[in-house]
Design a protein around this ligand. Structure first.
Ligand code: XMP
Length: 512
């Protein structure tokens, strides 16, 4: 094993910003991973962290099933930073008193911070910070001193410097807190003794080393969708074990305009075997007559596995299955301990390995966030149109083609979507995701002197950072008008265009 990088563990108590914390730490040059809040100290000790960060969370420490931590955590001698709920939990567990405030504090408020506290070195002593809490710490544990206050929260920061335990009630990880990154940097470098030994290049080097160790001279199989994650995964593995990776790219007929050819061309010339399966007819036959969105997703998922299995069988002995799983996939599919209701059955995590016997699974991107994966892709020389790609659902245009999926409808949608992506793509500030949807509704129109009765196309554009929530993007009217005009003029089968102005929640980003 190569020399281990300094690691900071983020212990998760259900806070919505945990990913942001881990990502901020890595951007500050220190490797970081997220673990469930109640992980036993033995597992923490195995990772030899230089620091621990306890996240926020929606609970109150007084609730019956409030998330808690292993109490031995504070005896490890490892510096700890508690944030929001993490601060309350730390103080509560160490003998302090946490009480509900008279009223909560939500939003940006002014904090007065002690400039002598190491956390606030070179930080303005009066700082606008993001607060989001009802409970707060009323009495400190023995050995702790207060380091900051706000109007509604007399102890907004505190710590026991001798034991290197620190806590803040506000959220330094978000942009809404001024100079928040400095607070995190001070914790990492001045409290934990970070040296800044982590960069994305280390990740590449370390991962290549690990893949080589594990794979030896055996073969690896990857289902390549052409999306960012599976593409970066392919580039990384083919660099680690040249010639030993086989990528199977299944064209299920629900890809965007030109997409299958573009994906194929992006991988031509790399040291891997690329197999393209043109299976559109097969998928469309299975989808005939099906209108229910979940059923469409399930049919495509199952057929995808069937096609992939058939191809795998033809290839002979292959020992490893690679997957482009990234950290948010792990969280969304409940593998880190957060359970959420199934809104839609996403297809990309799980499914394959149980069905096909492999010696092991390789998931080299499992700890990374999307923008880190993109950065990795750039370093590995993937073209921009792959690295900058918007998210595209596994079932593809099938979930943007409302009602029954037919080749005719898909062809209409492909053209409209192409125009939408071209026009919205010219905006200086692009939405985070934008595409066209073919509604299953027809309306009356007039073209020349003819009455038409054609489909309504909906345009969707969203602004989001996490894709779990979004706002619709305020697209300039001139762009909307040009896009609509081009679609009705250039695409046969569409006579009306509408723009979706719903946020998520309640509407999801995809229509199905
Ligand atoms: P929703 O529609 O649930 O989508 O608001 C959130 C984000 O996920 C993408 N999406 C998928 N991605 N497999 C994927 O890899 C899927 O089956 C899938 N379904 C939706 C969607 O495009 C949006 O970015």
């Amino acid at each position: 094993m190569k020399e281990q990088k300094q690691t900071v563990l983020v212990l998760d108590f259900g806070g919505q910003y945990k990913e942001l914390i881990a990502q901020s730490v890595r951007k500050l040059g220190v490797y970081s991973e997220i673990l469930p809040g109640n992980v036993p100290v033995e597992r923490i000790a195995e990772k030899k962290p230089i620091g621990l960060i306890l996240t926020g969370g929606p609970s109150s420490v007084h609730e019956k099933d409030a998330p808690s931590a292993d109490p031995r955590l504070f005896e490890l001698g490892v510096p700890v930073l508690g944030i929001c709920y993490g601060m309350q939990l730390m103080c509560h567990m160490l003998g302090g008193v946490v009480k509900p405030g008279d009223q909560g504090e939500y939003g940006r408020v002014k904090a007065e911070l002690d400039p002598d506290c190491v956390l606030f070195k070179d930080v303005s002593p009066r700082l606008m910070v993001l607060m989001s809490h009802r409970d707060h710490v009323k009495e400190l544990p023995a050995g702790f001193v207060p380091f900051g206050r706000t109007k509604g929260c007399p102890i907004a920061a505190c710590g026991d410097p001798a034991k290197k335990l620190y806590a803040v009630q506000f959220h330094p990880e978000v942009k809404n807190t001024d100079e928040g990154q400095k607070v995190l940097r001070n914790f990492l470098y001045d409290v934990c003794g970070a040296v800044g030994d982590y960069s994305i290049d280390d990740y590449i080097e370390q991962t290549i080393y690990e893949i080589r160790e594990r794979v030896g001279n055996k073969r690896v199989l990857l289902a390549l969708s052409g999306g960012v994650d599976s593409s970066v995964c392919a580039a990384l593995i083919s660099r680690a074990v040249p010639g030993q990776l086989t990528c199977v790219f299944v064209d299920h007929g629900c890809m965007r305009k030109n997409e299958p050819d573009e994906v194929e061309s992006a991988f031509r010339g790399r040291d891997l075997h690329f197999i393209r399966v043109n299976a559109a007819d097969r998928f469309l036959a299975k989808l005939a007559g099906v209108t229910d969105p979940e059923q469409k997703r399930k049919i495509i998922g199952a057929e995808f596995i069937a096609v992939f299995e058939e191809e795998a069988k033809k290839l002979g002995e292959i020992s490893f299955l690679a997957q482009g799983t990234i950290y948010p996939d792990v969280v969304e599919s409940g593998m880190v301990g957060n359970k959420s209701a199934t809104i839609k059955s996403h297809h990309n995590v799980g499914g394959l390995p149980e069905k096909i016997g492999f010696e092991g699974i390789i998931e080299p991107l499992r700890g990374l966030f999307k923008d880190e994966v993109r950065e990795l892709g750039r370093r590995l020389g993937l073209p921009d149109f792959i690295v900058e790609r918007q998210p595209f659902p596994g079932p593809g245009l099938a979930v943007r083609c409302i009602g029954e999926v037919t080749k005719e409808k898909l062809d209409i949608l492909r053209e409209a979507d192409y125009i939408c992506r071209t026009e919205f793509g010219k905006l200086k500030k692009k939405p985070d995701q934008y595409f066209a949807v073919l509604t299953n509704m027809r309306t009356v129109g007039v073209m020349g002197d003819e009455r038409t009765y054609d489909y309504v196309c909906a345009l969707r554009a969203v602004t989001t950072t996490d894709f779990m929530t979004c706002e619709y993007t305020r697209i300039p009217h001139a762009t909307l008008a040009r896009t609509a005009s081009r679609i009705v003029n250039e695409v046969r089968g569409i006579s009306r265009v509408v723009f979706d102005i719903t946020g998520k929640p309640p509407a999801t980003i995809e229509w199905e």
